[in-house]
Design a protein around this ligand. Structure first.
Ligand SMILES: [Ca+2]
Ligand SMILES: [Ca+2]
Length: 491
């Protein structure tokens, strides 16, 4: 009886009001773990059969895993800005690697997730990559977290391991550095553990830990590569030849200019398997650092009263639809791990209903018994954390640049681009999103139904920000100043 009362934060609050301070149950702490560019290639999600993530899997086993969670933007800055503000990219106008939230007039004083916890008596600290690098000016950082800890960068080898074409300059992968302690994620785990062990005794904590891997460069020492099968044993993701042929011209136009290595180069240079292996190995290393933090939480004695959430800011293609990288509205870019564990969360549960990273803010607020925050665009997942079958009417919506959206339900993925071209996939029949069925009249009603969820607001990005904008002049559509016509597509 007492246990079930403790699980109910509404009752908990009501009870707490009648108890003398000394007898009130302590509000739960929050351990908030962000991962960078991790797609669904983790053991508990089954996205790749050779993924080795024992620590994420044990976290999922003691908590609830959302199997159908999607980002609001398939790119670091806008995805993180959305989760931390609780607002969609189409509402804030943050679509690209800039601006940071405080450079947008409407968000200058917006109370972010960690700030909301600080306002309600929490000690807040963030280590590693939480906000996008450089998106919060130095003089404002301690407004965001009580302790804005170091966010070390990746170690840099003397020269690149992989001699990629110039358009793929940011990409590298290989066995490096020799000592794990040189890794950004090792240092971030170390800093977070030190903070955990020197936390204020009189306040609950909100501790944010942001890991960088498997974001490129995909580096790990030999030890972690050894946990992944040898190169010639690596299983490649399922890729269909000419998969892009049935996608609208605009989808190609939207993505093709990005500095992504193309599958054709990986194939001709015999680098596809090495990249897949390095992505898996660097994920396994990152997972080991997650393990260190989880072990430290257990050793600290705070684990039973700490809500843990783990999420990744966007996925990553490794050859699907002929590209690698993110910045697309397809599953490899949008589908990410989302795990909750701790008080108020059912252990060992999996929820297949759509969830959004936008839901993290209201969910943590509810799980910790804070007053509900108005103005957020996500929905608390607390009902699904209690019972994964609890119904949820909302789909997951991902936006990439102005006016391009995808709607994901349990069964369907619908995409509408800014020029009104569309894609529809039946995920149950076609989990790889290979066959665009939007033109089939059989699905007209499905499309109509899904299209109702498209955001009604499409805020233009602030001038000078790193976003792409579609414009129309005299009936002609322009994308970054170029007329959009199939015959003018560059290749
Ligand atoms: Ca990212
Ligand atoms: Ca196709």
């Amino acid at each position: 009886m007492i246990k079930s009362l403790l699980l109910n934060s509404a009752l908990l609050l009501a009870l707490a009001g009648n108890l003398p301070a000394a007898e009130r149950p302590a509000p739960p702490n929050v351990l908030f773990i962000a991962v960078d560019d991790l797609n669904d290639w983790v053991g508990c999600l089954g996205g790749h059969p050779q993924a080795h993530t024992p620590n994420m899997d044990r976290l999922a086993a003691r908590g609830t895993l959302f199997r159908n969670a999607h980002v609001q933007s398939p790119l670091c800055n806008p995805s993180r800005a959305s989760l931390l503000t609780g607002l969609r990219p189409s509402t804030t106008g943050i679509y690209g690697l800039a601006p940071g939230i405080r450079a947008v007039d409407s968000l200058k004083d917006w109370v972010t997730l960690p700030q909301y916890f600080a306002q309600h008596g929490y000690f807040t600290a963030g280590f590693g990559k939480i906000f996008h690098d450089g998106s919060i000016p130095k003089n404002l950082q301690t407004n965001e977290f009580n302790v804005w800890g170091p966010a070390p960068g990746m170690p840099t080898p003397k020269e690149k391991f992989v001699h990629t074409p110039a358009t793929m300059n940011a990409m590298d992968w290989g066995v490096f550095p020799p000592d794990d302690r040189q890794q950004a994620d090792w240092k971030t785990a170390e800093n977070a553990i030190a903070q955990l062990n020197s936390r204020p005794a009189d306040k609950p904590f909100f501790l944010a830990v942001g890991f960088r891997l498997p974001h490129v460069p995909c580096f790990a020492s030999q030890k972690w590569f050894d946990l992944i099968p040898a190169e010639d044993q690596i299983i490649l993701p399922p890729v269909k030849d000419h998969d892009r042929d049935d996608t609208p011209e605009f989808s190609w136009y939207l993505h093709w200019k990005l500095p992504e290595p193309r599958l054709s180069w990986l194939q001709s240079a015999n680098q596809w398997r090495p990249l897949v292996r390095a992505y898996l190995a660097s994920t396994t290393f990152m997972d080991s650092q997650l393990g260190r933090v989880l072990d430290a939480l257990a050793a600290s004695g705070a684990a039973t009263n700490t809500v843990i959430v783990l999420w990744s800011d966007n996925g990553w293609h490794l050859g699907e639809k002929a590209i690698t990288g993110k910045n697309t509205l397809w599953n490899p870019s949008t589908h990410v791990p989302l795990i909750f564990a701790g008080p108020g969360v059912t252990g060992g549960a999996k929820c297949g209903q759509p969830a959004e990273l936008l839901d993290v803010y209201p969910t943590l607020v509810e799980l910790c018994g804070l007053p509900a925050r108005t103005g957020l665009e996500g929905h608390s997942l607390a009902p699904q954390l209690k019972d994964p079958r609890s119904p949820r009417p909302w789909p997951a919506i991902t936006t990439h640049n102005v006016g391009n959206h995808t709607i994901r339900t349990e069964r369907w993925r619908y995409i509408r681009y800014a020029d009104n071209s569309e894609e529809l996939y039946d995920i149950q029949a076609d989990p790889n999103e290979w066959t665009n069925i939007v033109a089939n009249p059989k699905f007209t009603a499905v499309v109509k139904d899904l299209a109702q969820w498209l955001p009604k607001t499409n805020t233009l990005p602030v001038p000078g920000s790193a976003s792409r904008v579609l414009t129309q002049t005299n009936g002609v559509w322009y994308w970054e100043g170029k007329i959009i016509r199939p015959e003018e597509k560059e290749d």
